[in-house]
Design a protein around this ligand. Structure first.
Ligand code: TRP
Ligand code: SF4
Length: 341
């Protein structure tokens, strides 16, 4: 039998944990699919948002820029409306309890579970020379992110469902071995529209270079949008277009839905050209992000303020994490730490 916990940390009613990967260039796919939802969830839950820098190390990509990318991601999240007075926003590596919990959880995770994960298999194919131990443990680290706070809800898109299912399995196995400790985290599915990239063929993603940045000035946005692939059969201005196969049309849905019927009509009757249509889209995107961008630029001029927000977030996160870690250590039979006082 495992030791009981003398002082278990209560399971919260509704606590959200979301992890977001740091990149130099958060794009509108991330915004519509995740960030906007993070902001809204603050109305319904106690929310903890983690910028997951350790996860970035599993691919050893852009480590020289990692700190800068974390900072940029924090700017975007804050400018989008993550409110540090209500929610906790912090950087994963600033809460070392997560790394320890990751190690402890690893003891209850069969290798077979991890080797079957689709994202692992994909990465192993992509980087055959660096199929490292951390990469295999990626979902265990993700589980530690979540259960560190006994989080009950995790906002994810379809692509993360396998990771979340694994987290639930790890929780069940841990609880079976060591007593009811963690709630099974539930996916809070975003009505995440699948935002296609400028190539119109693949999901918008920074690594594919087919993205439209959230930050960035209006002229740059317009230029990016002009480069979008449209209906390939619409070779000349006078050819009617087919909005249903055009990604620019799909993007209008997110940024100016009221205009869509008119665009449909004008595209199919060759009333507008693609350049006009794209400029309208760029205008709508620029309008949507105007205030966010101004707030981002303000914050970018005050790096100390942002660092202080993240430091405060880490302190608040560690206050919870420390208690949960103590409970886990005790349940797993580790001897209590002696304090020298
Ligand atoms: N794996 C997630 C992604 O690629 C990021 C992530 C890390 C995460 N830890 C998390 C998401 C915890 C939700 C909860 O997007
Ligand atoms: Fe697409 Fe607009 Fe061109 Fe029609 S007019 S093909 S909707 S970009």
């Amino acid at each position: 039998m495992s030791p009981a916990a003398t002082n278990p940390v209560p399971i919260p009613d509704g606590r959200v944990l979301a992890g977001i990967r740091a990149t130099s260039d958060q794009h509108i796919g991330n915004y519509l699919g995740a960030i906007q939802n993070f902001v809204d969830l603050q109305e319904r839950f106690e929310c903890i948002y983690s910028i997951v820098d350790l996860h970035s190390l599993t691919t050893l990509e852009e480590t020289a820029e990692l700190a800068a990318n974390v900072h940029e991601t924090a700017l975007i999240l804050l400018a989008a409306g993550i409110d540090p007075a209500r929610s906790i926003l912090y950087v994963q590596s600033h809460v070392p309890e997560i790394s320890e919990l990751h190690l402890l959880l690893s003891m209850v995770v069969p290798n077979g579970w991890l080797l079957r994960v689709p994202t692992f298999k994909e990465k192993a194919r992509e980087q055959p020379d660096n199929v490292n131990y951390g990469l295999v443990g990626y979902p265990v680290l993700q589980t530690a992110d979540i259960v560190m706070y006994k989080a009950t809800h995790v906002p994810v898109g379809q692509d993360q469902l396998a990771h979340l299912e694994l987290a639930r399995e790890i929780v069940r196995r841990f609880n079976r071995h060591f007593g009811e400790t963690f709630p099974e985290p539930r996916p809070e599915l975003t009505e995440a529209p699948l935002v296609m990239g400028l190539d119109g063929a693949r999901k918008m993603s920074k690594s594919l270079g087919n993205h439209i940045s959230i930050a960035g000035d209006e002229a740059a946005t317009a230029k990016r949008v002009r480069s979008a692939v449209t209906d390939p059969k619409r070779a000349r201005r006078n050819d009617p277009g087919r909005p249903e196969v055009c990604n620019v049309y799909a993007l209008h849905e997110f940024f100016d839905p009221e205009e869509r019927p008119r665009i449909y009509e004008q595209c199919t009757s060759a009333g507008i050209g693609c350049v006009d249509c794209k400029d309208m889209l760029a205008g709508a995107i620029n309008e949507r992000f105007r205030e966010l961008r101004a707030r981002r630029d303000d914050l970018a001029a005050k790096p100390e303020t942002v660092r202080a927000i993240l430091a405060d977030g880490a302190d608040r996160a560690r206050a919870i994490a420390g208690e949960v870690l103590r409970e886990v250590q005790e349940r797993m039979g580790l001897p209590p730490t002696q304090t020298s006082r």
